[in-house]
Design a binder for this molecule. Structure first.
Ligand code: SF4
Length: 361
């Protein structure tokens, strides 16, 4: 049925620009390469859980170098995945340990609250234990992702006044508590039902990084992993994400800190999000969503598109989105309390085309 509803999800398989930008993702989908997290599980890491955090980071740097070498050999066909042995302790085990250290004085995102979430303290996002608000096969994502097994976590590091998922993002206590093993079993089932990937979102997945890494550690399902995030995570989280994700599906809507602060309650937006785009691009494949906001072409849309053109170019795919609808508390801000006009969308797309970006049709 989904093939009828989304014929573009089949035609994208023959789209040369998409295949160039997502070469490895397509090969994982076709069963010719393993997803990155499975490679991470085959790379040995030399550490002891009792070590100080700095020693663990040092071990992480070494294991990551080994990961890069292994990934290159696999991708060049010089090594077969089946020949790689499972080590006693892997790079993914080390990432799980480090992510728990981040939780103990929370630095998972750039709010850097410093609360001990392992002891039940809460920070800006309000997330305690990870809760899954819903999970299902999503047929509304970009063509190359559909069908996408999507896991919506409760809670978010942003407070967007227009959030369309506010009932999930602003209520971190809502949802079901699953174990990593239970969620990994659902991943396996989704793959058997034809999912092209597992898509971690929310809210936002960043406050749930430790739980998600543990879920991937439980899994042997050869499914690409998609990090569907606002990219406000910390540089430490960026290092832990390295080698675990196949696609960074990013939400890049603000072109300056003033708009980010006013409508999403965020400081240091531009510096954080541009830095994380560069890190993501150096690690895996990137699909950027830019939501055109009413009245924000000059201050947000044009600077975002310009930055992408200058720093990432056509090797990333860009989805210029017209879906904005005023939801949640948008009525408190009259200037964004309307959908965008056809003229605004046309100008946004024209600018993206003028810059030569690789656009999602
Ligand atoms: S995830 Fe971010 S917002 Fe939540 S407690 Fe940690 S640092 Fe604070």
């Amino acid at each position: 049925m989904w093939r009828i509803l989304r014929p573009d999800s089949l035609s994208v398989l023959r789209d040369e620009r998409a295949r160039r930008a997502f070469r490895r993702y397509f090969m994982v989908m076709e069963g010719r390469l393993p997803p990155r997290f499975l490679v991470c599980k085959r790379v040995p890491a030399s550490f002891q859980p009792s070590w100080e955090e700095e020693e663990l980071w040092e071990a992480h740097r070494s294991a990551l170098e080994e990961f890069r070498r292994t990934l290159s050999l696999l991708d060049e066909g010089k090594v077969k995945f089946g020949d790689l042995k499972k080590p006693r302790l892997s790079l993914l085990d080390l990432k799980v340990e480090l992510s728990r250290r981040l939780l103990s004085s929370c630095r998972l995102c750039e709010h850097r609250c410093g609360v001990n979430r392992l002891e039940g303290e809460r920070g800006f996002c309000g997330v305690g234990k990870s809760k899954v608000a819903s999970e299902f096969m999503h047929y509304g994502e970009e063509s190359l992702l559909v069908p996408s097994y999507t896991v919506f976590f409760s809670g978010c590091s942003f407070r967007c006044c227009f959030c369309q998922n506010w009932d999930i993002s602003q209520y971190p206590e809502e949802g079901v508590e699953l174990s990593p093993r239970e969620l990994s079993a659902l991943l396996s089932k989704a793959a058997k039902n034809g999912a092209r990937n597992v898509n971690f979102v929310g809210g936002n997945p960043d406050p749930h990084l430790p739980f998600i890494l543990e879920t991937l550690r439980e899994s042997e399902t050869p499914l690409s992993s998609v990090w569907n995030s606002n990219l406000y995570y910390s540089s430490e989280s960026a290092e832990l994400l390295r080698g675990t994700q196949d696609i960074y599906l990013t939400d890049f809507k603000w072109g300056n800190d003033r708009c980010a602060k006013k409508y999403s309650g965020i400081t240091r937006y531009w510096e954080t999000v541009t830095r994380n785009h560069l890190t993501a691009f150096s690690d895996a494949e990137v699909l950027i969503r830019h939501l055109v906001m009413p009245g924000h072409l000059e201050c947000c849309t044009f600077p975002v598109l310009q930055w992408i053109a200058e720093n990432l170019g056509e090797r990333v795919r860009v989805n210029v989105m017209a879906q904005y609808r005023p939801c949640y508390r948008a009525g408190e801000y009259p200037e964004i309390n309307r959908p965008i006009s056809p003229e605004e969308y046309r100008r946004a797309v024209e600018e993206a085309e003028r810059l030569g970006l690789n656009l999602e049709p």
